[in-house]
Design a protein around this ligand. Sequence first.
Ligand SMILES: [Zn+2]
Length: 424
Amino acid sequence: MDILIKNGRIIDPANNIDEIADILIQEGRVSKIACNLSPDAGVETIDATGQLVVPGFIDMHTHLREPGYEYKETIKTGTMAAAAGGFTTICCMPNTKPVNDSQSVTKFIINKAMTEGLVNVLPVGAITKGCEGLEITEMAELKEAGCVAVSDDGKPVMSSLVMRRALEYAKMFQLPVISHSEDISLTEDGVMNEGSVSTELGLRGIPDASEDVMVARDILLAELTGSHVHIAHISTSGSVDIVRQAKQRGINVTAETCPHYMALTDEAVRGYNTNAKMKPPLRRKKDVNAVIAGLKDGTIDVIATDHAPHSQEEKEREFDYAPFGIIGLETAFAIVFQLVEQGELSLRDLIVMMSVRPAQILGVEKGSLGIGAVADVTIINPNTTWVVEAENIKSKSRNTPFYGQKLKGKVNTTIVAGSIVYRG
Ligand SMILES: [Zn+2]
């Protein structure tokens, strides 16, 4: 069905548009943007007065858990959560069971997403077989099957030699290498940020250096190979500085951070709250400030969620034994929007980092509302306030540190290729 969205504030940074107008979607594509369009018979009209109409968000970093861990999330429930969060495209990380290190797994994910998924799913293949860090995957085959990047996310590639070869190999197929930057010899058995809070709580800490060392290494290897490395989920002021300097030196590096690293500190762990346990861990105020500064000056290119669902049973374990990770698709926009409300970030920048830049990095024709573009569109009411509540979560898991938080700005309609996949 064709759709006419009336009177919304259309923000389309890719085409330098920020104006109140109507947008007509025909046969799944953007066909017209103008004022005072009147609907033909049979066209669904959406009144978007006072609302934002933006290119659908693209999450470069989602864990869908299928195949293998369907009790945490499935492609169906994960894409439902994505749609509710305004994401029209998500990249799913390969640490499933089996790991997405072969065409058969990639094809399984793509087929399942086509039949059961609500949004576009772009698989990320593994860098090494089984994400074991030893033997590089057949990246040409992964790309041919539909992978848009490679990563061993969840595990770092500890061998510098393997990482070097992976970067060289991935470059031949124009695949970005997404680095989960963590030196596990420094992490040891750490469960939260190393600092005064971990000392007070008597929990083993993870130092900043565990992240910074690997960010530096992978940037140096990107320089050596001329390959593109994308640093996942930046959390420390140190890595923001390293990426900033690397960009100034012209190294082919991009970086992402996640909403929780701009909104929370390790204080959230107090009370042994396992919903604040993640990797990298929540850091200190100075790191939050550095992450925000990195977003403002373009050091950090992308806001991704690192949506990492875990069952309630798993998260209810003792802090030391609970798994790392939180869900994030449904709260991402509203958390980042707080920075817009505080005047730290412009709406345009938010959309660039949640839609335009991910599309560019992944090499997909998305993130634009240009005439003829596939109509992946998100409509947001910036004035709606809402409270994060378990019963409203679409993800199969409930592990969020934002429970009970009052947020402003809510996605109310998500459109993928001209079909409405979510209505709030
Ligand atoms: Zn990771």
